[in-house]
Design a protein around this ligand. Structure first.
Ligand code: FES
Length: 140
């Protein structure tokens, strides 16, 4: 593993992201609400570039006190990224698909040190394990 300084934290827009390419993989670093999150840019569904998709607010159903639906609205606190290949969504703060907790982006270690964002990534020769489709469809 190696640490890579990807620049000043202050240079990120919020919400925003940066994609960083390495020899055989990419890492996406997101900034949301002043916090940073990093994931391998590899969708657990079929390997698409999940972190390059649209960043949109989670759609939530509003439930009244009498337990009836009052319709759908965009969340004010949860932001998702949508894989451009088939539309799987992932919560940017957790990397987890909202409807299937087995479908999750692989987290990359991140720290903000002296104002810079530093990620810890595999060495070039290391195999980068990713979750395969069978892993997210199998029953627990
Ligand atoms: S590869 Fe991402 S949704 Fe299919």
């Amino acid at each position: 593993m190696r640490e890579v300084n990807i620049g000043a934290a202050s240079e990120f827009t919020d919400p925003g992201r940066k994609l960083i390419g390495f020899d055989n993989f990419e890492v996406a670093v997101f900034k949301v609400g002043g916090e940073f999150f990093a994931y391998l840019n590899h969708c657990p569904h079929m390997g698409g570039p999940a972190c390059q998709g649209k960043m949109i607010a989670k759609v939530e159903e509003v439930i009244a006190e009498d337990r009836t639906s009052k319709g759908m609205m965009f969340s004010k606190s949860k932001l998702h990224v949508v894989c451009p290949w088939h539309g799987f969504e992932f919560d940017i703060r957790t990397g987890i698909h909202p409807g299937n907790s087995k479908a999750r982006l692989r987290k990359i270690k991140l720290a903000v040190t002296d104002g810079d964002v530093v990620i810890t990534v595999p060495d070039a020769r290391e195999h980068v394990p990713v979750m395969q489709e069978a892993d997210i469809t199998a029953s627990p």
